[in-house]
Write a protein that binds this ligand. Structure first.
Ligand code: HAM
Length: 439
């Protein structure tokens, strides 16, 4: 039986891989101008990092987290019939998102000691969520994201959103075909009362809402705004709006964020029902989708998380960030006819007329590669004709041909694969001449 990949996973190969690398390159360049450095945290963390950070009542934690266990531990759990006896450091999960792990790393490495400059970092990494696989919804997907820890200023919120929209533009997405939605989720001063009012609203409409939303009314009523059930969504349209319940500080923060966005000329829509699927958010939240809404879900989103550093064991420190999904952006780019991958890199092919010139080919490829030129040759004993065919298939721009005459004379024939023009070059100057022709 042919081996198959796990459901909801994809191989990054060929053009798809080039597109992912290009996306990371664009991120490095753009985020770098805003002072962000790359970070990589482990793919697995102790479950508590996610449970405390993302929230016990979120779908991401309750239903979608992939738990990880060594074979030995697995046997032990099977033997005991439960994981009750496991120590916290034995309870591991693959990261469903990047923020909680980055904040854990910032706290653990003491990157924001009192009074220090903010930490600004970005990542491009796979994430894992046990969702039902479908187009644009995977179990292993890739995010590019950034986290800015230690910046309470509303200008940081606006700048994050500006970076996000500029990132899409640089990837080739038409800004006019994107929809940016923003909201404020309030903070510990005003959200509890708001949460109570939403709970009361759900209970008032108990006969119209699904079982899960009734449960949410008790555990985390704001999650009812995310319910996939159409009837629940309709009912929640009339629920109290968070923007009517903000305290003065949250309101003025939100107003200032909007003023900065207006000043920067970034169009946005206010959506008082935007709550995002993770519990760590406070104040500003934002999400981007395609304006044609082709049902694949959001292209990216983020927000402020002023309580998360403390939740992960650090001193109270504000934070804000966002993440985008590579696979969903690829779908949006394809819908807009944009090829992020670009053409395959071209190369130079070194061919030999017969096996006697094999060692001359060997030295020529070494010299070309040492000069930084992507170089290919034959490793299967092909005839000269099929070496030319292979060079064509590989998209070689130049072919260096070494026959008995060339080797005897210490030269090489360099042939342009498009024009078929050729010239004789001294072997000693081959790399320089080839570099010159490619330039
Ligand atoms: P999120 O909205 O859960 O936020 O995910 C960000 C993006 O990841 C989504 O907009 C989507 O493009 C992509 N994504 C999420 N789940 C999947 C999936 N199953 N398949 C394919 N793509 C997916 C976060 O993860 C937050 N950590 C963002 C953040 C950073 N907030 C503050 N800092």
């Amino acid at each position: 039986m042919q081996a198959q990949k796990a459901p909801g996973t994809e191989d990054l190969v060929g053009g798809y891989m080039r597109a992912w690398q290009r996306m990371s390159d664009v991120a490095r360049e753009l985020f770098g101008t805003y002072g962000f450095d790359a970070i990589e945290t482990p793919s697995m963390e102790q479950v508590d990092v996610f449970v405390h950070g993302i929230g016990t009542s979120t779908d991401v934690v309750r239903k979608e987290m992939f738990r990880v266990m060594s074979g030995t531990l697995w046997d032990k759990v099977l033997e005991q019939g439960s994981e009750q006896g496991l120590k916290p450091k034995q309870r591991l999960a693959l990261r469903p998102e990047g923020t909680a792990g980055v904040v854990r790393a910032v706290v653990e490495n003491n990157l924001v000691p009192q009074g220090a400059a903010p930490v600004k970092c970005w990542y491009a990494e796979p994430m894992f969520r046990g969702e039902r696989p479908q187009k644009g919804r995977l179990r292993q997907f890739h995010q590019v994201g950034l986290e800015w820890i230690g910046a309470p200023d509303p200008a940081a919120d606006a700048e994050c959103i500006i970076i996000l929209m500029e990132f899409y533009r640089r990837l080739g997405l038409d800004p006019a075909r994107l929809r940016l939605k923003i909201n404020s989720m309030g903070d510990p001063a005003c959200r509890p009362a708001y949460r109570d009012s939403v709970r009361a609203f759900i209970l008032d409409h108990a006969d119209e809402m699904c079982e899960e939303c009734l449960e949410r009314a008790e555990t985390n009523p704001l999650r009812a705004f995310d319910c996939k059930n159409d009837r629940c969504r309709e009912v929640m349209e009339a629920a109290p709006k968070v923007t009517d319940a903000l305290c003065d500080d949250c309101r003025s923060h939100y107003e200032q964020v909007k003023r900065y966005l207006d000043e920067a000329g970034v169009p946005y829509e206010e959506d008082p029902r935007l709550v995002r699927g993770l519990d760590y958010y406070t104040r500003t939240v934002f999400e981007v989708e395609t304006a044609d809404g082709n049902g694949q879900g959001s292209l990216g989103g983020g927000g402020r998380y002023d309580g998360l550093v403390e939740i992960e064991g650090g001193k109270p420190t504000p934070g804000i960030g966002f993440a985008v999904g590579f696979e969903r952006i690829m779908i949006a780019l394809a819908n807009q006819g944009v090829d992020l991958a670009g053409p395959e890199p071209s190369c130079v092919y070194v061919a030999s007329a017969s096996p006697e010139q094999r060692s001359a080919v060997f030295s020529a490829t070494l010299a070309l590669r040492a000069a930084g030129i992507r170089t290919e040759a034959d490793y299967q004993g092909r005839s000269l004709k099929s070496q030319f065919k292979q060079a064509d298939r590989l998209g070689a721009r130049l072919c260096v041909v070494l026959g008995p005459d060339e080797v005897a004379a210490g030269t090489a024939t360099v042939r342009d694969m498009a024009t078929h023009e050729q010239e004789s070059v001294a072997a000693a100057g081959l790399a320089d001449r080839v570099a010159g022709l490619l330039a």
